[in-house]
Design a protein around this ligand. Structure first.
Ligand code: FES
Length: 309
């Protein structure tokens, strides 16, 4: 392995007569040639650039140049033409203090006759583009997978037994029932609590036993199949914009607090912006009275009852 070259800033720079002509201040690195091409010395109040070919030896305590040196023969270092080079860009094999290496600004490269196009700025631009692309891919893959998984997930007709029997419900008076279930979205399964409005009817003869969305034909085949004149199960979600309507016993109406949609006990819209009646769920009542529902989620803000989950 090649020996490491150590440039220590501030050491004296001597010519071959051992006359000190200045102190080492910076190194100039030409990116296109990938090498140090000049040293910058501080001579009195002036900085000057001396080609590396003039270096005879580099010690830890001094830097020796060849021949007798008249500093005036070397160009003055113009800081406006250079910019600091990050250490990560610097090749291995050199030990150089942070902040001591400079390189020509891209706009000055032409002045100095370099023609190669691959400058550090371009390198950084390309690196940034590559990193951005990798980040993009790393985001697109899981997000795309998530969306695809969600799209491909079939809505589940999963029957949920409620902790409630029919005979425990009051007649003609809506009550909310909370239950635990699992939300499945793509690959995610999250335990959640849900609620449903339950209304027990006296049976076929009860005019309120047919929910409004059933009577106007909004239901799917599944919902049509599982209706029971003894029980209505309403979604707790307002079909307008998704708030939670509440039952007001005195008015005998569901009223949504958000935009004041008002519904009859059958779910029919009395007033307000709701585009359709309250949504019903499929219900089943076991011989022992245990109530089961399929908890569905529907689109909001449109007259059609479109199942989403
Ligand atoms: S969300 Fe219920 S009325 Fe608007």
């Amino acid at each position: 392995m090649a020996q490491e070259v150590i440039f220590r800033m501030g050491i004296p720079v001597l010519d071959e007569t051992r006359r000190e002509i200045g102190r080492l201040e910076k190194l100039v690195f030409f990116e296109t040639e990938k090498k140090i091409t000049e040293i910058v010395i501080r001579e009195l109040s002036c900085l000057r650039r001396i080609p590396v070919e003039r270096i005879r030896s580099i010690e830890t305590h001094e830097l020796l140049l060849t021949g007798q040196v008249n500093p005036d023969e070397f160009p003055v270092f113009d800081p406006d033409q250079f910019e600091e080079l990050p250490t990560w860009f610097f090749p291995s094999g050199y030990r150089i203090e942070v902040g001591s290496v400079v390189t020509l600004k891209p706009s000055d490269i032409r002045i100095f006759g370099e023609t190669e196009a691959y400058t550090r700025r371009e390198f950084m631009a390309k690196s940034t583009a590559v990193v951005a692309t990798l980040i993009g891919i790393s985001l697109v893959v899981p997000i795309g997978g998530y969306i695809l998984a969600a799209v491909k997930t079939k809505v589940s007709d999963h029957w949920i037994n409620l902790p409630m029997r029919l005979d425990q419900l009051p007649l003609d008076s809506p009550v909310t029932q909370t239950f635990s279930t699992v939300s499945v979205s793509g690959w995610m399964r999250v335990p959640i609590e849900k609620t449903v409005w339950l209304i027990r009817h006296s049976g076929d003869t009860d005019p309120d036993s047919v929910a409004a969305d059933v009577s106007i034909g909004l239901d799917s085949a599944l919902e049509k199949k599982f209706v029971d004149p003894r029980l209505t199960a309403f979604s707790p979600i307002c079909p307008h914009l998704g708030c939670a309507p509440q039952w007001f016993r005195d008015q005998k109406q569901f009223i949504c607090p958000c935009h004041h949609s008002v519904y009859e006990i059958t779910g029919k819209v009395v007033s307000g912006p709701a585009p359709r009646p309250l949504d019903t769920f499929p219900v089943r009542i076991a011989p022992d009275g245990i109530i089961s529902i399929i908890y569905e989620q529907f689109s909001i803000g449109i007259p059609k009852k479109v199942r989403l989950a």
